[in-house]
Design a protein around this ligand. Structure first.
Ligand code: PMP
Length: 354
């Protein structure tokens, strides 16, 4: 730390992203990316419609917002875009939380929530999961705090139903509930339809997973117009041009090709079922996932050993040094070929065990 670093963040521990190796010759199953690139149709649209890059981006991002609004049956005024959903999560902490209105989230969830809370000096409560790793809705009733829930949750892949989220909303009329739906398109149930009835609901989604745009950085938040206006106050006070013109053009191209998005999600879900069955046959326990990853454990091999041996063989998966899940591995679902490489290597590693 330099002698110039502000005391305000002296104790901040940053988020540790999954490894992003420069080389592409690894089987990369560690950061929940989509194995399929954006479609040719979407890319061609982007090339044709990109705003000249000597100009600033269209600041309202209106075309993408209108298209998202149409897809979800809401108004463009209910939507704000972000530079990935991470930026919007940070905006949500900046906009709605402080020492008086604190935050609450599951103790095992997306590792960025406590970092954003610390960055914004927001005290927070971590609520334990049930023993089966599920989120217990009643634990979030009448907390008097703003709530952040990844649904489906990460890294477990387990999801609450829309009705369960609605119960949480009903019991927190005076707090904001941020539902982070990064993985919802792989088998979850979106809560966007509830924003009409609950002015305390903010749903955040990303184009990084189901829409194959992790490298382009695009996310959106949907909520009551007043919530979105508040987020815009913060956005316009930090980075009004937070989404660049290349990303806006590609985002619209991808939204105009929903068929590809849906087909890719179906393939990932099929590959998830295939991988789950194969791992179970090898003695692994696999949580029932609604995401593009699985969370799995084996009593034959530690997660550290599995991670290390797979890495030596050019396969990257993810594990977390966190109490309660330190024995588990999170594996992104890729193409069938990638899953076969994973499974072949796991079989060989198990066979070589003493
Ligand atoms: N929420 C969750 C639960 C995630 O796992 C991720 C991806 N790391 C994000 C949000 C952020 O995604 P992005 O910033 O790429 O939109």
């Amino acid at each position: 730390m330099s002698r110039f670093y502000s005391y305000k963040n002296a104790s901040l521990v940053p988020y540790t992203p999954g490894e992003q190796p420069k080389a592409l010759n690894v089987t990369k199953l560690n950061t929940n990316e989509n194995p399929f690139p954006p479609s040719e149709k979407a890319l061609a649209f982007a090339r044709e419609h990109i705003r000249p890059l000597n100009l600033y981006p269209e600041i309202q991002c209106i075309d993408v917002r209108r298209k998202l609004a149409e897809l979800h049956g809401v108004d463009a005024d209910n939507i704000v875009l972000g530079n990935g959903s991470d930026e919007l999560l940070n905006f949500a902490f900046m906009t709605f939380c402080d020492d008086k209105k604190q935050a609450a989230f599951p103790s095992i969830s997306y590792g960025f929530y406590p970092v954003y809370a610390d960055l914004n000096h927001v005290p927070y409560t971590e609520i334990p999961l049930r023993e089966d790793f599920s989120v217990a809705p009643e634990d979030y009733f009448d907390l008097g705090k703003n709530i952040f829930i990844a649904n489906p949750n990460a890294p477990t892949g387990l999801a609450l139903t829309r009705a369960q989220v609605e119960e949480i909303l009903k019991h927190n009329r005076d707090s904001v509930a941020v539902i982070d739906e990064a993985y919802v398109d792989f088998g979850g149930e979106t809560c966007i339809p509830l924003i009409k009835d609950y002015d305390n609901l903010l749903v955040i989604q990303t184009f990084s997973k189901s829409r194959s745009m992790a490298g382009a950085r695009l996310g959106f938040a949907a909520g009551d117009k007043a919530l979105i206006d508040d987020l815009n106050t913060i956005k316009y006070s930090t980075n009004p041009y937070n989404v660049n013109s290349m990303t806006l053009a590609l985002g619209l191209g991808v939204l105009l090709d929903e068929e590809t998005t849906k087909a890719n999600c179906r393939t990932v879900m099929d590959n998830r079922a295939y991988t789950t069955a194969a791992l179970e046959e090898l003695g692994f326990t696999v949580l029932p996932s609604c995401s593009n990853f699985i969370f799995t454990v084996s009593d034959r091999i530690t997660s550290l050993e599995l991670y290390t041996k797979l890495k030596e063989r050019g396969v990257l998966i993810r594990r977390f040094d966190k109490a309660g899940i330190e024995t588990w591995s999170r594996i992104t679902i890729g193409t069938r070929e990638q899953m076969d490489i994973l499974l072949k290597n796991i079989r060989e590693i198990l066979e070589e065990l003493p």
